[in-house]
Write a protein that binds this ligand. Structure first.
Ligand code: FES
Ligand code: FES
Length: 216
């Protein structure tokens, strides 16, 4: 590519242009696609400026389970993916990956969310808690976790983290639920083993444990 053509390509890249349109423009203007890698690396970025939709700030800091975690995150990456595949927090399960089963539920600022349907970039500056972050530093289980053990909860337990995280979030605003209220509270979670009655018994025990631990 001649220096003149290279300069023209640089000038022709509007700030908000999509990568697809940019590539289309490059091809139709006759510039070799093989020069794209060089072009993206070589073009200087002003402070905070993003050149294309696929290249932005990727190395971010997340507050997960009380720790500041630096992680390289793509723009379209979901929190569930980041937690499992970048931070090694595989307690968060991926079932449907489309906001239907609740297996991936985590707390964001104490509110349960389906992490498969939350973009990781959107939780910067917020507090994320996963099942790994519930127990105390000395290893004492959260009262809801203990309730599951007390009742020898769950069959295969794939859905367990989602149910527990949802219950913990629910109890912050409904500390003394009836069985029916708790059933409604966790109704966004599905169990493939259909072990619902036993699960609810375990979660109710967790709610009772929680109430007791607050009384001291
Ligand atoms: S995996 Fe997120 S709701 Fe099913
Ligand atoms: S206990 Fe197996 S999916 Fe719920």
């Amino acid at each position: 590519m001649t220096e003149k053509a290279y300069t023209k390509v640089i000038k022709d890249v509007p700030k908000a242009v999509s990568r697809r349109n940019f590539i289309k423009g490059v091809i139709t203007s006759g510039v070799a696609v093989s020069s794209l890698g060089y072009l993206f690396r070589a073009a200087p970025l002003a402070h905070g400026q993003q050149l294309t939709a696929g290249v932005g700030e990727r190395l971010i800091t997340l507050n997960v389970n009380g720790q500041q975690r630096r992680v390289d995150v793509m723009k379209q990456e979901t929190l569930a993916s980041t937690l499992r595949y970048k931070l090694g927090l595989t307690g968060t399960k991926l079932g449907c990956d489309r906001a239907e089963c609740g297996s991936c539920t985590v707390l964001i600022d104490d509110i349960p969310h389906y992490s498969c349907s939350v973009l990781t970039h959107t939780v910067r500056g917020r507090k994320v808690v996963t099942i790994e972050g519930l127990a105390s530093a000395d290893g004492t289980l959260h009262p809801v976790q203990q309730g599951v053990i007390d009742e020898q909860g769950f069959q295969c337990a794939f859905c367990l983290p989602g149910f527990i995280m949802t219950t913990v979030g629910f109890l912050t605003t409904n500390p003394n639920p009836t069985r029916l209220e708790l059933a409604n509270g966790v109704s966004g979670c599905l169990c493939r083993c259909q072990d619902y009655d036993k699960i609810l018994t375990a979660l109710m025990r967790g709610a009772e444990n929680s109430g007791r631990s607050k009384l001291g």
